[in-house]
Ligand binder design. Structure first.
Ligand SMILES: [Fe+2]
Ligand SMILES: [Fe+2]
Length: 480
């Protein structure tokens, strides 16, 4: 079968020969109704009958894999798509480096692989749940469409992980696939597995920050799993990354447009001081210090997703050849890390210091460092906009010790520059660093839907170009 083109004949579009794989096809067909129930219950609230201008994958060829058309979300073709197999692929790192990549799960790594797949899988439906009410307050049809695109693709990412579980992990894989439909973001009894995926996404600035920072964590995890010696996981993640790029585009350009609108309004009103919050808010736009606080919140929550800085699990997964590093192939070392060190920022005798630890133990830290670098590139684009308006303000990533719940700094309080604060001091100053109730109330007051084609809410600028090069007044969502 041609792995580039996707077979749309069956119920589940795929390029994995599902028609001939009766056991797995049956298992997925059995899982499908539960998935649709979950989508109806926990997916976008309302809009299920709306015609949404969505892209659907019709191929896994990096050039032109998508086709755009109006689709009702419940009829979206959630398919199983793996990037083409690289012939003769070798395991690129770890103790099995240079051996042939595995097409089946090695018995000794079964539990480890299953856990990694379940954790990744759990984040996908979680974000759909978190974003479920945002449709009601979308600032334009363009944004509404982007939200739904992200949602259906996160749904597809769930399918991607469920396929691996059903195909390679027998009856425990089946149980895990059910579990993925049972947990609920933010539910005290059956929460999603990771902290950031149990937080609320109450407004559109949160959504843009989430897709900037938390989807970017997703990118880093997928990059590391795309290196995996378990070839089906590698191929799945490689294709997911092509979709993930759009999610980060939505986030980054979303914040860019918020910042642009704010700066334009300030300029029009002759306001130079970005810290004159009251004056800026009178213009009906989001002041830059509040944008900064939102960034502080979402960045710090996303850092927690990388786990402990020093981690035996990460070391074991690398040694096993199961989870690699960001762009492993570009790194110039032995790809086994039997020796060598990595500098890890730690809390030592109450002070934040760098310490060299064995490179294998510092892998989470390394992935997180790569993540921070990637985030900074995005933030640079926001600052370019502010600079263009000659406004003296720079959005900055907070220190990695700021507002942490996992790892070295979870036991301390620090400000955004990494100065350690006493608890009382933190309490006094928290609202300087993180959105306060009144910040949240203000943002909420702006969240009024705009549903006329080509119109945008007053707090956000229109995008530079349309999706699929459509004109500015294109009706991206036909609400029925
Ligand atoms: Fe995803
Ligand atoms: Fe995503």
């Amino acid at each position: 079968m041609n792995v580039i083109n996707v077979d749309y004949n069956g119920m589940i579009p795929n390029n994995v020969g599902l028609n001939d794989d009766i056991r797995v096809r049956k298992a997925l067909e059995k899982w499908h109704p539960g998935y649709l129930d979950w989508w109806q219950d926990m997916g976008p609230d309302g809009f299920q009958q709306a015609l949404v201008y969505l892209r659907t994958a019709v191929s896994v060829d990096p050039k032109g894999w998508a086709k755009f058309d109006y689709v009702r979300m419940p009829e979206y073709k959630w398919g199983i798509l793996l990037a083409p197999q690289v012939e003769d692929r070798k395991i690129p790192f770890g103790s099995h480096r240079g051996e042939k990549a595995w097409q089946e799960v090695p018995g000794e790594y079964r539990a480890m692989l299953r856990r990694l797949i379940v954790i990744q899988g759990d984040t996908e439906p979680a974000s759909v749940e978190q974003q479920r009410y945002l449709g009601k307050t979308a600032p334009s049809l363009y944004d509404l469409r982007n939200l739904f695109q992200v949602n259906v693709e996160e749904g597809r990412h769930l399918w991607a992980m469920v396929y691996l579980l059903q195909k390679y992990f027998g009856s425990d894989g089946r149980d895990e696939a059910e579990g993925l439909l049972e947990r609920r973001s933010g539910d005290p009894d059956t929460p999603r597995m990771l902290g950031a995926f149990n937080e609320k996404t109450p407004d559109w600035l949160s959504f843009f920050m989430f897709t900037t920072f938390t989807d970017r964590d997703g990118k880093m995890q997928l990059e590391a799993l795309a290196q995996s010696g378990f070839d089906p996981l590698s191929r799945t993640c490689r294709f997911m990354l092509t979709e993930e790029a759009h999610h980060m585009f939505v986030g980054e350009t979303g914040v860019t447009r918020v910042v642009e609108r704010t700066c334009q309004a300030m300029k029009d009103a002759g306001i130079d001081d970005p810290h004159d919050i009251e004056a800026v808010r009178k213009l009906g736009v989001i002041d830059l210090p509040t944008v900064q606080k939102k960034a502080n919140l979402h960045f710090s929550l996303s850092l927690d997703l990388f786990g402990n800085e020093i981690s035996t699990n990460a070391a074991n997964a690398f040694h096993a050849g199961v989870k690699g590093r960001f762009r492993e192939e570009r790194i110039k070392d032995d790809h086994q890390l039997e020796s060598g060190t990595y500098p890890v920022m730690r809390l030592i005798n109450g002070r934040i210091e760098n310490q060299d630890v064995p490179a294998l133990s510092g892998l989470n830290m390394r992935l997180r460092d790569d993540y921070v670098g990637d985030c900074n590139a995005g933030i640079g684009r926001w600052n370019k906009v502010i600079e263009g308006f000659n406004i003296r303000f720079q959005i900055k990533l907070p220190h990695v010790a700021f507002h942490r719940h996992i790892g070295e700094f979870s036991t301390i309080k620090a400000d955004t520059d990494g100065n350690i604060l006493a608890d009382a001091e933190w309490e006094k100053r928290e609202a300087e660093f993180l959105p306060s109730d009144s910040d949240r109330d203000y943002i909420e007051s702006l969240m009024k839907p705009e549903r006329e084609p080509g119109k945008f809410a007053g707090w956000i600028a229109p995008p530079k170009v349309g999706i699929d090069n459509k004109p500015g007044d294109f009706e991206y969502v036909k609400i029925m």
